[in-house]
Design a protein around this ligand. Structure first.
Ligand SMILES: C[S@@+](CC[C@H](N)C(=O)[O-])C[C@H]1O[C@@H](n2cnc3c(N)ncnc32)[C@H](O)[C@@H]1O
Length: 552
């Protein structure tokens, strides 16, 4: 054991705080070996002879502060924790630490920084909460204040939803004005997720990224999340704000060292633990060096190709009923009778309706909300019972199997928020042949549906009808106005796509080639692990032909 006292089992420790809502507060305490590793990575970038302050802004029961006390006995120690009992535990465990109880995303952050000795080199460490949807999303003022820490507005299709992102931004802002380091364990989505590109850009503009350690999944007992450690150093005071777009790809000595623990994947030629030097760069600011094969494929396909959703201009997200218990069934007659009974029921009769149809009580509230919305005058109609496929992403690669087939009741009045995917008079489900695919979500997969049916929304799954009304192809889905001629159909392809289709044997042959390409080895084994979460797949005619010749 490297430093002193016996290690506590941090995961077992969580059980000491029964009132701690682990999921909501992101309370997963960090195992001691990982804490040691984070400190090791961080301390190598700290100056040797300066007073040091170690700060954990969401310190839990004190895993980091306890290890810092043993390893850096002369440092002052500072913690902040939302949960009073955990904060108490931390105080008792690390006597010399100043531990406040409060919210690091609100005022208490300033209270925490007020405890720091002026002039100390600040070492911010920890494992901030990652709960998926921060409570600050429901607090517009705090959210606005935190998002304002980004230098630019968030681009369409991106959002910041996670507490760890806000903690990173707050500490980065502080280290803009003083000397210090930031070493956090966070979800590995920080490295490559599309939605965190603005966050990465903001951090890279303010700090210098020194270390990235990709940990893979399973670091925290009871959580499958993939995690990473990143270590950031403040820029020297005189450094001008960095023109990020100009970050050199290789001329300057790259300042970041990347390591991974995974022995497979894009870096399998490296031993886990080998360091690869790189410089994160525009446009995605990935915090991982691209494997050379993926980089070469991407460059070639981008030069000669078209992004998937340019090639196939019209696509919609899959159907999301929000009420599958009511609106989906394996049996069309059961489905019809259930919806009929629901529509006929009085608002006060929803509970007996749910019991009679085997719908669990936990769905009562949303059924009652729907009932209030639709009233009692609607009647079920057979025409709304439609074939439905329970699409399951990569499990249904290539072709959606018959076993995924079910029925849904597709009446837009019962499916709020446009999740039915109709646009004006246009029904995108109507075309029998559809390409089902996803973008910027791993694993990438594609399938062809060649029987009538709606497709279930699986993560970011989209579907593209093979034929669409001419007006929609020309004007986009917003051209779906009343009076649209549904019989004037054209292939759902760009000009280039049309030319390729002619050479391949028609639009359907092109869709089939796309399925093979998306599911092919070059995409799955090389391109997607490096870029699949952040870029749209570029498609070239040659790549389509290659994928088809390899798999026939
Ligand atoms: C992932 S745990 C990590 C705890 C400790 N740093 C460790 O590594 O063992 C996150 C901790 O943050 C606390 N927390 C959640 N939201 C917080 C907030 N807004 N301010 C301060 N602490 C918070 C949780 O109660 C939990 O103890």
């Amino acid at each position: 054991m490297p430093h002193g006292k016996p290690r506590l089992d941090e995961e077992a420790l969580v059980a000491e705080f029964p009132s701690l809502d682990r999921k909501a507060q992101g309370a997963f305490f960090t195992p001691a070996p990982l804490v040691e590793e984070v400190l090791e990575l961080a301390v190598r970038h700290a100056p040797a002879h300066r007073p040091l302050a170690v700060i954990d802004p969401s310190c839990g029961a004190g895993a980091f502060l306890a290890a810092a006390a043993a390893r850096l006995p002369r440092a002052s120690l500072h913690g902040l924790e939302l949960h009073p009992q955990a904060a108490d535990w931390c105080r008792r465990r690390v006597r010399k630490a100043q531990v406040l109880c409060g919210d690091g995303l609100r005022e208490s952050f300033d209270a925490l920084t007020a405890t720091l000795p002026p002039g100390a080199f600040e070492l911010w460490v920890g494992n901030p909460p990652y709960n998926g949807t921060s409570s600050v999303l429901r607090d517009p003022q705090t959210y606005a204040r935190l998002v304002a820490l980004l230098p630019e507005a968030l681009p369409a299709g991106t959002s910041l939803r996670d507490d760890f992102a806000f903690f990173l931004l707050r500490v980065a802002r502080r280290l803009e004005q003083r000397d210090g380091l930031l070493a956090f364990v966070t979800p590995a989505t920080l490295i490559d997720a599309f939605m965190y590109a603005p966050l990465r850009k903001a951090l890279l503009g303010r700090l210098e990224l020194k270390e990235v350690l990709e940990l893979g999944g399973g670091v925290f007992r009871g959580a499958r999340v993939r995690t990473c450690v990143t270590v950031w150093r403040s820029l020297p005071p005189a450094t001008p704000k960095r023109p990020l777009q100009l970050v050199p790809a290789g001329d300057d000595a790259p300042g970041t060292l990347y390591r991974t623990r995974a022995a497979s994947g894009p870096f399998e030629r490296h031993q886990p633990g080998d360091a690869i030097a790189f410089a994160p760069a525009a446009p995605d600011y990935l915090l991982r060096p691209p494997p050379p094969k993926a980089e070469a494929l991407d460059a070639r396909w981008r030069k000669d190709g078209e992004p998937l959703t340019t090639l196939i201009p019209i696509s919609s997200p899959g159907l999301k009923t929000r009420f599958d218990e009511l609106l989906v069934s394996d049996d069309p007659d059961v489905l019809f009778e259930r919806v009929d009974a629901f529509l006929r029921a009085a608002p006060t009769e929803i509970e007996p309706f749910a019991i009679a149809h085997g719908i669990p009580a936990r769905h009562l509230a949303k059924l009652e909300t729907l009932k209030a919305l639709v009233g009692t005058s609607l009647r079920a109609e057979r025409q709304h019972v439609r074939p439905f496929y329970r699409y399951a992403g990569a499990r249904h690669r290539g072709r959606i199997p018959e076993s995924a087939r079910a029925y849904c009741y597709l009446d837009r009045r019962l499916i709020p928020r446009g999740d039915h995917r109709f646009r004006g008079d246009y029904d995108p489900h109507a075309c029998d042949i559809k390409l089902v695919f996803n973008v910027r979500e791993l694993p990438l997969s594609a399938a062809l549906l060649d029987r009538p049916g709606c497709v279930h929304d699986h993560r970011h799954a989209r579907f593209a009808p093979l034929y669409v009304p001419r007006a929609i192809l020309e004007g986009g889905l917003s051209a779906a106005k009343p009076g649209l001629d549904p019989s004037d159909l054209v292939p759902n392809l760009s000009r280039r796509g049309m030319a390729w289709a002619e050479r391949l044997g028609g639009p359907r042959a092109l869709y089939e080639a796309l399925v093979r390409f998306i599911n092919s080895e070059p995409v799955q084994a090389h391109w997607a692990p490096a870029y699949g979460a952040i870029r749209e797949l570029p498609v070239t005619f040659e790549a389509l032909k290659e994928a088809s010749s390899g798999q026939r």
